[in-house]
Design a protein around this ligand. Structure first.
Ligand code: CA
Ligand code: CA
Length: 107
C-alpha cells in the first residue's frame, strides 16, 4: 500500500503544474494573506478546490520531502497555526474520507 501511494504521489507531482499564479511569486513560510480555502493545499481554487491531489500533495510534503505548498496558510488544514504538519494531513484525510469536520475558514 505504501509503495502504491509513493508511486501515485510521484505521478501526481509530475503532472501538477507549477503553482506560480501568486502575484508575489513563489511563496514561503512568511507568505500571509494568500489563504482562500483552508485545505486547498495545491492552491488550485476552482469548483472543487479540495480533492485527492491536495491530500497527496500534503502527504508528499510532510512525509517524503515533496514540494512546499504554494500557500502555507491553506496547508494549516486544522487551523491551529502550524502549517503542513502530520496533524493537518490527518485532518484532511479524515475530512475527505471519514466524515471528519470541515477545515475552518481562512482568517
Ligand atoms: Ca486543490
Ligand atoms: Ca495545523
Amino acid at each position: 500500500m505504501k509503495k502504491l501511494l509513493q508511486v501515485l504521489t510521484a505521478g501526481l507531482l509530475v503532472l501538477m503544474p507549477a503553482c506560480s499564479d501568486d502575484e508575489n511569486g513563489p511563496t514561503g513560510g512568511d507568505d500571509t494573506g494568500c489563504c482562500v480555502i483552508r485545505g486547498d493545499v495545491d492552491h488550485s481554487g476552482g469548483v472543487l478546490p479540495i480533492d485527492i491531489v491536495d491530500l497527496v500533495y500534503l502527504a508528499a510534503y510532510v512525509g517524503w520531502d515533496g514540494p512546499e505548498p504554494p500557500c502555507l496558510e491553506e496547508s494549516d488544514v486544522d487551523g491551529d497555526g502550524e502549517a503542513a504538519t502530520v496533524s493537518d494531513r490527518d485532518y484532511l484525510r479524515d475530512y475527505m474520507f471519514f466524515g471528519g469536520p470541515e477545515p475552518p475558514a481562512c482568517p
